[in-house]
Ligand binder design. Sequence first.
Ligand code: NDP
Length: 419
Amino acid sequence: MSRVLVIGCGGVAGVAIHKICQVSEVFTELMIASRTVSKCDKLKEELEGKTKTKIETAKVDADNVEELIALIEGYKPDVVLNVALPYQDLTIMDACLACKVPYVDTANYECENTDDPEWRKIYEERCERLGFTAYFDYSWQWAYREKFEEAGITALLGTGFDPGVTSVFTAYAKKHYFDEIHTIDILDCNGGDHGYPFATNFNPEINLREVSAPGSYWENGKWIETEPMAIKREYNFEGVGMKDMYLLHHEEIEALAANIPNVKRIRFFMTFGQSYLTHMKCLENVGMLSTTPIEFEGREIVPIQFLKALLPDPASLGPRTVGKTNIGCIFTGIKDGKEKTLYIYNVCDHQECYKEVGSQAISYTTGVPAMIGTMLVANGLWSKPGVFTTDEFDPDPYMEALNKYGLPWKIDENPVLVD
Ligand code: NDP
């Protein structure tokens, strides 16, 4: 019996909200609040009459802590789910702290204006100290640990699929299958086809910033950074077939490196077709991925934000995307003195997701875990004061919920390994 406040009403939020409304025995009341309130109202209209969850909507600027506090104080939620953008993580955490309400998100903090000299100074010092150059990292949110502990509330970070489920798979492998995990390869394969020459499956700005950045992986206690897309492998994915995949930096590597004892190597690979990479390189070469504002006909515009306005809205890809995703983790390590390998993965069908909630599988595979994490925090199963990632709780109720709410997983104890 809880009241949940969802902030943001884009592709991922749409799925999380549909799922929240399917679990009305837990989520009795829901407030959808976002920058464009008409999107919240439209979703409310669509869901009302199909759910017992009582839905309200509100307009909020999630960059503004005072506005967020007023919203939270007025609605009095038991938990806040942030599915706006990573830019808003810290303001929403600040508001949750001020109101002593648990906080949940799906992606770690990223600064919107990477030219901000104050942010840049901290960022450059962090690049030097840790050895990777991604714009996002956990240090900003881990800095809230003591504050959340003192306030006696939980912050659950990164409960999407990757990060999120991939770290729960790791905690599950560690609990049930290994005495020691030595290597983790996280494989994210999207075999979907939306028929457009170029589109991103989630927020284009966040997606393109991530994919065009240098790659990196964790090995023997330190980060190894590579040129963007420098490491390529092929893998034969169940439900999809043979795909090229490329090593990227990814946020769960940072948390798993800190939390999995004796892990020797953690890598993350994502599949891309040649056409996607060619489009992206071309856009990058002409400056369209830049986050630095330029003056155009008397107006300031940010190139990547202008590009976002031109590209298809990821939330609109649902009806036209066919094919499957296959995301999971391959582990190697030791059990009872013997070498062991294990692959835990989920295969998800774009059209099945569309039939159920009107979205493609990328939003679905993120929105379902967002609901599950929020539910576990709300019902007290994943509740302890402080700031945590999904590998830091008992994985069993989460794994059960994945099977129950649309993302069943499989185990292969003899997988093909990635060299
Ligand atoms: P969208 O761009 O589709 O949606 C973002 C929503 O946030 C929009 O409704 C937008 O409002 C709203 N918003 C943006 N800024 C503000 C603000 N200042 N105040 C209030 N609302 C705001 O993004 P996605 O749904 O694709 O992604 C949502 C989150 O999920 C992102 O953080 C993304 O990184 C994360 N993600 C995580 C994954 C994982 O596996 N862990 C995978 C995919 C995404 P408006 O409608 O007005 O634009």
